[in-house]
Design a protein around this ligand. Structure first.
Ligand code: PMP
Length: 419
């Protein structure tokens, strides 16, 4: 079913979303594991793909494949136009002002590595400080640590409260004349907390401090407008928003990107190369060395079309209802400990049950056909903050149902009974 059919599936019922019709767009949701219907609750790790995205990949390889930006021949021109149309789709989707500000990368991790490497080279030196938070994914910690070792700046960390929120009073005290950047996750991939990024930005900007936002867990769930938000940089992964793996985006304000050096060297990012000196291409190509994943960007645009077809407002409303239902049902299980209970939260719930190790819980749920994530979720400092080795994490999409949450609850009860 195309994204247009998905739009047709929107009904004026309580949630405005016809889940059963939408589920038919995702072939994998119809399969069984261990002879049981798949209950896929690992959407924060990656989302499943609608048929239109699968078709976009297949059709592009069947009909349009050629290397982009290089050939003058028909196919190369056509696929270049399609990739640039995909860039325009991303621009619209996140509300950026200009396609020059949309850089295609492999995903959030590469986007933040690009940012850290290039921003540090341009702007950071010994004595400077970059502010991150205690609930960051490793991909918004380690790239900064690597650059901090190289350039001698320091990382300052906003603490996380018991309820799983950022301690904004401490944040304010961390902003000093030494602060050169704040890099913060919009939504925690462990706690589901939606951070008050707008407030964080409005504290930083009056001091001339730019703010980078890790949007990996927000872009699939919250309507994004980078200009309204005031984000200077915004990173996300295609595979977490129903697109293919291997494609992602770094948005950056042109004024800053123009002052930052290339991240990688090679084809496409140059204007002129001699053995003595190279001049660089303009934005966004300066940051896109080598053959990009043009098929990935075309399929990502198809995924964004699909999401737009359903409508972000309805997605947010439906997922919030689903999440509240899950919290209510899970909370009723004796010995249940939900980690983080921020009032503003997205479709992620982390929990522990009694003394059952998260990996035992995950393995046994898996045998019941229920896919959840267990472990530290690439957020070890956050696990240390709570003094826990890991959690079980259930994360939702608009294609999940209350019946699947009931299956999760029943599964947890069964596992509990075994211990
Ligand atoms: N940041 C956050 C908050 C995430 O949840 C993830 C993925 N778990 C990443 C960054 C990294 O994304 P990717 O692996 O797609 O690069």
């Amino acid at each position: 079913m195309s994204f247009r059919s998905a739009r047709d599936a929107v009904r004026a019922d309580k949630y405005m979303i016809d889940v059963e019709r939408i589920r038919k767009d995702f072939p994998i949701l119809g399969r069984e594991v261990y002879g049981k219907p798949l209950v896929y609750l690992d959407n924060a790790a990656t989302t499943q793909k609608p048929q239109c995205v699968i078709d976009a990949i297949s059709e592009a390889y069947c009909n349009e494949n050629a290397n982009v930006h290089r050939g003058i021949h028909f196919l190369s021109q056509q696929v270049t136009d399609m990739m640039e149309a995909a860039r325009e789709k991303v621009r619209q989707f996140i509300g950026a002002g200009n396609t020059e500000e949309i850089i295609f990368t492999r995903g959030t991790t590469e986007s933040i590595n690009l940012l850290a490497s290039s921003f540090a080279q341009a702007f950071l030196k010994e004595g400077d400080e970059v502010v991150i938070s205690g609930m960051e994914h490793h991909s918004n910690i380690v790239p900064w640590q690597i650059q901090a070792q190289r350039y001698g700046f320091k990382l300052k960390v906003i603490p996380v409260t018991d309820s799983g929120e950022l301690d904004l009073d401490t944040y304010r005290t961390l902003l000093t004349p030494r602060t050169k950047l704040v890099s913060i996750t919009h939504v925690s991939n462990v706690l589901g907390t939606v951070n008050p990024v707008q407030d964080i930005i409005s504290e930083a900007h009056p001091h001339g401090i730019p703010v980078a936002v890790d949007g990996a867990q927000s872009v699939p769930h919250i309507k994004m407008n980078v200009q309204q938000l005031g984000a200077d940089f915004y990173a996300f992964s295609g595979h977490k928003i129903y697109g293919p793996t291997g494609i992602g985006v770094l948005y950056g304000r042109k004024e800053l990107l123009d002052r930052m050096p290339p991240y990688q060297g090679g084809g496409e990012m140059i204007k002129r190369v001699t053995m003595e000196k190279t001049t660089y291409n303009e934005l966004p190509y300066k940051f896109e060395a080598g053959t990009p994943d043009y098929i990935g960007s075309i399929a990502l645009a198809s995924a964004l079309d699909y999401v737009d077809g359903i409508g972000m407002a309805d997605i947010a409303r439906y997922e919030s209802e689903l999440c509240n239902y899950a919290i209510e049902r899970l909370s009723a299980i004796p010995d249940m400990r939900i980690i983080g209970n921020a009032p503003e939260r997205s479709a992620v719930i982390s929990f522990l049950v009694g003394n059952i190790h998260p990996s035992d819980m995950g393995t046994l749920l898996d045998r019941l056909g229920i896919a959840v994530r267990t472990g530290h979720h690439c957020a070890e400092p956050l696990m240390d903050r709570y003094g826990i080795p890991g959690t079980v994490r259930a994360s939702f999409s608009f294609y999940n149902t209350k019946a699947e949450i009931d299956a999760l609850v029943a599964g947890i009860e069964r596992v509990k009974a075994m211990f």
